[in-house]
Design a protein around this ligand. Structure first.
Ligand code: GLN
Length: 549
């Protein structure tokens, strides 16, 4: 049987519960324990797949095809182990299960109620991953903020689990905010006191309080929080703003969060934390030797969470190259033939982002054209790859109205078309081509050089595909389909022959990049961008050029 840690949040949302949960998990893993993390979200959607990125940030997809909260991405990037459908549960999914059971007659004769039926279902799901001996510790992050009506059943389930399990098998970590009042030059503990009181009223008393703060907490303040919130002073943990999320595990180590947890859970004989790789990564991240500027062409650029995994993948790939990756967000809706040169001229590489629908696609196509013609390193992901195919069809093959049937159903050249299995789909939730599929890579291709193997598996989230009717035309004209699904022949990778680095992938490589295993396309893309930048600098500055010779 595993032990359980619940992470709740108080005062405000967006305090970074996911990062605190992932950091704690990292430390426990570094001490030799088998840990997993799950997230319980209080909204009614069955999963975030149907949510607009503006509402909820990126939708993270697991190997088994679950559309999940972006915090699962943090869990994987920190722990370097895959999550699954079981790691993300919403209120909607809980209710769906209970209602299905009711219709099946499982509760015959009974009135179905929030307590016990909904809370029992929540408890089942909370305890599920801990059964079967795979994990020593299951960390459960409860989405939302304590006091919200919608998170009440989750907190009640935690209360019951705490009551049912032996004391040493379960604990609660509460994350709060200690605001700093500039005018008074003071850190304020009252919101934390209130949020702990609120949690206590719901029957749950936290064992540890982690305090997000912009200024250090002195001993006196810690003691005050401890006294009023009824925990020991060493159970008040300072979580100062960090320059990077990857520093948080080390900050939590300094504060002794893992040791308090191990003591409370009565786990003895744990190893010293093995964080050599993590520290090496952080060193490289903090002290880069060079810099590249990458343009991220997308339509959700106002909200950085919409491209979370892509941005994190660049951090991993930059660190391993000892190179600072500066991202320039370029809104695809505002790119035109007239301004493209001005907007993209200082970039060392161009990434065209995934997306859905018509808005901004013409700008993306113009950007691809610029990258192709100017030999600027190009990386297209999902919709980005589809835009590269359309651009090539229009401007190289001369099919001027070539398009995807997602945007134009009447095009005479549907070079991107709806997948066969998608044609009869009526319900939009959870019905895309989702999760991990194998891909076979052509020997000698750029993709082969990047991955160093011909067999890979990557995760997907799309409905449209490269139309194989045109495959020979593309290949003959120089756009090579260098990766295909071995069973269906579906094109997964395209690359340009006469270009130093031009690759588009139908899948989402960003979902598998972790601190310990940076995703290879990102790593090589940064290398190519570095080479591009060096060459351009050399041309701009002949002195440098002669030095290089
Ligand atoms: N809209 C495209 C499709 O469904 C691309 C999806 C994506 O970029 N994730 O195929």
């Amino acid at each position: 049987m595993a032990k359980y840690i619940f992470v709740t949040g108080g005062v405000t949302s967006s305090l970074g519960k996911g990062i605190i949960a992932a950091s704690l998990a990292k430390l426990l893993q570094a001490r030799g324990l088998k840990v997993t993390i799950q997230k319980f979200d209080p909204y009614i959607n069955i999963d975030p797949g149907t949510l607009n990125p503006y509402e909820h940030g990126e939708c993270y997809v697991t190997d088994d095809g679950a559309e999940t909260d972006l915090d699962l991405g943090h869990y994987e990037r920190f722990l370097n182990i895959p999550t699954s459908q079981a790691n993300n549960v919403t209120t909607g999914r809980i209710y769906q299960t209970v209602i299905n059971k009711e219709r099946a007659g499982d509760y015959l004769g009974k009135t179905v109620q929030v307590i016990p039926h909904i809370t029992d279902e929540i408890k089942n799901r909370m305890l599920l991953l801990g059964k079967g001996g795979k994990y020593d510790i299951v960390i459960t992050e409860i989405g939302g903020t304590v006091g919200d009506i919608e998170s009440l059943p989750f907190v009640e389930a935690v209360r019951q689990i705490q009551w049912e399990l032996p004391e040493e098998d379960c604990m609660v970590v509460h994350l709060t905010l200690i605001p700093y009042l500039k005018a008074a030059k003071e850190l304020k503990t009252k919101p934390t006191q209130h949020s702990v009181r609120m949690l206590s009223q719901e029957g749950v008393h936290p064992n540890v309080i982690v305090c997000r703060t912009e200024h250090p907490l002195n001993d006196e303040l810690k003691k005050k929080i401890a006294l009023f919130c009824n925990v020991k002073p060493n159970a008040v943990i300072e979580a100062m703003d960090a320059s990077t999320i990857y520093e948080v595990p080390l900050k939590m180590l300094q504060e002794g969060l893992d040791v308090i947890v191990l003591k409370k859970l009565q786990i003895n004989g744990y190893a010293a934390p093995e964080l050599t790789k993590w520290r090496a990564f952080l060193d490289k991240l903090k002290y880069p030797q060079s810099k590249v500027t990458i343009g991220l062409i997308g339509k959700y650029i106002e909200l950085q969470d919409a491209y979370k995994s892509i941005l994190e993948s660049f951090i991993h790939a930059g660190a391993i190259n000892e190179c600072k990756v500066q991202i320039v967000n370029v809104h695809s809706e505002f790119i035109t033939d007239e301004n493209v040169q001005e907007k993209l001229k200082d970039l060392d590489g161009l990434l065209v982002a995934p997306g859905f629908g018509n808005r901004g696609v013409e700008g993306k196509i113009i950007a691809v054209k610029y990258a192709r013609e100017n030999k600027l390193p190009f990386f297209g992901i999902c919709l980005g790859m589809q835009m590269a195919v359309i651009e090539f069809a229009r401007n190289v093959l001369g099919w001027t109205d070539a398009h995807s049937t997602e945007m134009d159903k009447t095009t005479t050249h549907p070079v991107i078309d709806l997948m066969e299995e998608q044609k009869n789909i009526v319900n939009l939730g959870g019905t895309m081509r989702l999760g991990a599929y194998p891909c076979e890579i052509q020997e000698g291709s750029l993709a082969h050089k990047i991955y160093g193997t011909t067999e890979i598996s990557e995760r997907h989230r799309h409905r449209w595909e490269f139309n194989n009717k045109y495959i020979a035309d593309f290949e003959n004209a120089g756009l090579t389909p260098s990766g295909k699904n071995p069973a269906t022949g579906l094109v997964e990778i395209v690359e340009l022959k006469d270009h130093p680095f031009f690759i588009g992938v139908q899948y989402h490589p960003e979902l598998k990049s972790t601190v310990e295993n940076p995703q290879p396309i990102f790593v090589h893309f940064i290398k190519a961008a570095k080479a591009f930048g060096d060459k351009r600098d050399a041309v701009k500055n002949p002195l440098l050029q002669s030095e290089m010779i």
